[in-house]
Ligand binder design. Structure first.
Ligand code: GLV
Ligand code: GLV
Length: 332
């Protein structure tokens, strides 16, 4: 227990309002003053005796961290939709609830995915570099030609909430959509009328058919290196690949090779295999747009994530319905 008998919550770094204000109504909050990465030792120290930990994807919450917290720990609230930074099995074994923030960042992430699709296909960042460097000598018939987006076939790898939001936007570009989905095809009522969304039971079929491929699966042992050298060799020449999910889903070394020697035409990346380190081969290539993990980075989305992460933590300790449990079996 913290001061005034409120349970102790460790906040690993600063998050936007209304997160901190909500948390202070139900917890004695420690941490969260600074917006920088914690050292491993600071993390182990910070969680000690906490009933709740509110963390970000920059902290790895493994068995050692859970054990350092001790038997008081009831909930780990992740300020993210992806929770590959948390050892959920270890949390479940210890009866600790894990929560995440789906839904509130879906549109922001889908919008950024489209920024990357358009930027990579139409060489937007290369063009900006050309203008800034003084190399722009005037319009030319064959300068910086890119790929058509309108009418191209969009391949969505992982048709979850974000994949669907990306696919919905494709209607505005008259793009047929092919998709994979772990739990099988969407029901008819889940697909918009008047546009083509076609399920692929085999990822290889999607890779062979799509002109633009966008990755939206969570990172799990089953999706690590889902797109490796073999898969990237199957795509059509000139294909644009976008990843706003998690870096390790794509084998980065194979990606560099496929961008350098083909068949990939271009890529747009928001995430990396060993974030924040960037493969040196990527930095040297013109045909890739590199963003610093901005998927959910709008003022409104980050505020909604803070609110939801706080509500998850508060509900977990007050016995109320928890908005987004990852391992709900712990509650029963
Ligand atoms: C961001 O990458 C998230 O998972 O929320
Ligand atoms: C690629 O962009 C195509 O239109 O095939």
């Amino acid at each position: 227990m913290g001061a005034g008998n409120l349970p102790l919550l460790f906040l690993t770094r600063r998050i936007p309002e209304p997160g901190p204000t909500l948390l202070r109504g139900s917890f004695t909050v420690c941490g969260g003053d600074e917006d920088r990465d914690l050292t491993g030792a600071d993390l182990l120290d910070g969680v000690r005796g906490a009933a709740a930990v509110l963390c970000t994807l920059r902290e790895r919450i493994d068995a050692a961290v859970l054990d350092a917290a001790g038997s008081s720990l009831r909930v780990v609230s992740n300020y993210a939709v992806g929770y590959d930074n948390i050892d959920v099995a270890a949390a479940t074994e210890r009866g600790i609830l894990v929560t995440n923030t789906p839904g509130v960042l879906t549109d922001a992430t889908a919008d950024l995915t489209w920024a990357l699709i358009l930027a990579a296909a139409r060489r937007v960042v290369e063009g900006d570099r050309m203008v800034r460097s003084g190399a722009f000598q005037g319009w030319a018939p064959t300068m910086l030609l890119g790929a058509d987006v309108a009418g191209a076939t969009l391949g969505i790898v992982g048709m979850g909430q974000i994949g669907r939001a990306v696919a919905r936007r494709a209607a505005g570009f008259s793009m047929p959509v092919v998709y994979t989905r772990r739990s099988g095809p969407l029901k008819l009522e889940e697909t918009p009328a008047g546009v083509e969304w076609r399920y692929c039971s085999d990822l290889d079929d999607l890779l062979r058919e799509a002109d633009i491929i966008s990755v939206h699966v969570p990172l799990t042992e089953g999706t690590r290196h889902l797109l490796g050298a073999r898969e990237l060799a199957l795509v059509r020449p000139g294909v644009v690949l976008v990843n706003t999910a998690r870096g390790p889903v794509v084998h980065e070394e194979a990606l560099v090779e496929a961008l350098r020697a083909g068949p990939l035409g271009a890529a747009g990346l928001d995430v990396y295999e060993d974030e924040p380190a960037i493969h040196p081969g990527l930095v040297g290539l013109e045909n890739v747009v590199l963003l610093p993990h901005l998927g959910s980075a709008t003022h409104a989305a980050r505020g909604r994530m803070a609110e939801l992460a706080a509500r998850n933590a508060i509900a977990a300790l007050s016995g109320k319905r928890v908005p987004h449990p990852v391992n709900p079996e712990v509650l029963s």
